[in-house]
Design a protein around this ligand. Sequence first.
Ligand code: PMP
Length: 304
Amino acid sequence: DDMDVDTIWMDGEFVDWDDAQIHVLTHGLHYGTGVFEGVRCYDTENGPAVFRWEEHLERLYDSTQPYEMEIPFSREELTEATMELIRRQDLESCYIRPIAFYGYDTLGVSPGDCPTQVAIAAWPWGTYLGEDALENGIKVMVSSWRKHSSSQIPTNAKTTGLYVNSMLAGEEARRNGYREAIVLNKEGNVAEGPGENIFLVRDGEIFTPGLSESILDGITRNTVIELAEERGYEVHDNVSISRGELNTADELFFTGSAAEVTPIRQVDNVEIGERGPVTEELQQAFFDLVERRTDDHDEWFTYV
Ligand code: PMP
């Protein structure tokens, strides 16, 4: 590997990066039966700090619920494993990927006695949507693929199988010259990006699709809602947003642990414009927060 990392925590042990292997008949490989998280750790004055670790851990365990999957480690054990993984590799800022999945036993769709395997990796990862994206914004395409409806598969569980849809939408957009996709839900309203939640600004007020719109309950989404409300903005976070409203937005941006706060400057053929003032203010507030240039919300940080 070229990432300057050498260790992965797997099923209770630290193993060499190249030894973190699974059987080819792993249930999760065949049927998408894994749940995972994407978390960022930021380099701060007080050392590496994992942003909203408790909330990510909570969502990881919650994601197992529909699949009757039992993670055979406690929250304390996964926390200690993660912090030790960052320490062992001398990482400062990094991306953390915990995953739990049905392993190898039987290849029936019913997982039967398949063990639940758990792994955690951490590595340095730059800007998800490109170096220039945070400042200049990105062009996005409304995908021809629709999101899974939450009546078809629980979209609030961060399940590996769901990301086939994300890959289709994202690659379609990239093939067409766009950086990322916007995916509509089954009703045809705006849901989210393949790995991001979406926000819209109109007349100084902020809108984001509600949790019943078949979206992931994003932790960055919650963070940005809170930061916006603290700054006096009216945030409408329980609404439907029609496709047409994208075109008439004053500003649009994506949020996500990987994508952070990324402005959207064009949707299909419609120019939204350069990063707007509300996006810039919230983006600044977000980076001031996560890089600890403020004392606010210290409870959201786990110092390594
Ligand atoms: N929606 C989807 C489909 C995602 O994969 C992600 C990334 N986890 C998000 C939204 C953003 O969620 P978060 O802010 O918790 O990373």
